[in-house]
Design a protein around this ligand. Sequence first.
Ligand code: 1GP
Length: 245
Amino acid sequence: MKRTVDIYKQFASKKGQIAILIDPDKCSDLTQLNELLKKCQFASVDYIFIGGSTVSREAFQEVIQFIKLNSTIPVVIFPGDAHQVSEKGDALLYLSLISGRNPEYLIGQHVNSANEIFNMDIEIIPTAYILIDGGTKSSVAYVSQTTPIPINNQNIILNTAKAGILQGKKLIYIDAGSGANEHLPATIATELSKLEVPLIIGGGIKSVDSIKKLMNANVLVIGNKIEENIDFLLDIKHYIDVKNN
Ligand code: 1GP
């Protein structure tokens, strides 16, 4: 386990950073993946997140290796289960699904992978992972057999995040689930951003307008929209260029 905290420091250093989520399950065409990596690099996105709800060990290892060979963007593992781990990543979000009440995703998968992860040379970031209801039945909710928090219930979302911080989590990740109809309301994002740990928001972010509304978060994760339309990365590039100048 790496004691340095490079990626964590980078998360904490700025608001409105962009991560592109790559699900290895959807990467059977490596030429297409290479094109995606080139466009991510061109757009200067801050991170590539890798993970999925139903990824095999082989697909995960193959895709993370391919990404590291073909891009210099930091790779952050966002694992769907205990076998989505690799030293090739720059950091691993050590997720506890604290919106749910399924012990398997609170501690079970963790015990299964603890020995392997303990001996890995990778930055580990203890993360409170909070699933909210983005208006579709998400794969995460189905696979984890947990109930997401209603999207407008600010009190439960905030109290869950606070409980995570009290338990020692270093990062809050609020996810409306991949392909969500709605993302987290901006008002709740603002409240969450006042807590003392960096905030990641994902699920249902499909426009630059949404990115701007959620800019109080440290990192915004975008998956589905790029799968639908890779040229959305050009809009993201424009957003990043304007933000940095
Ligand atoms: C889901 O946060 C991610 O875990 C990304 O969601 O695919 O809806 O962008 P989208």
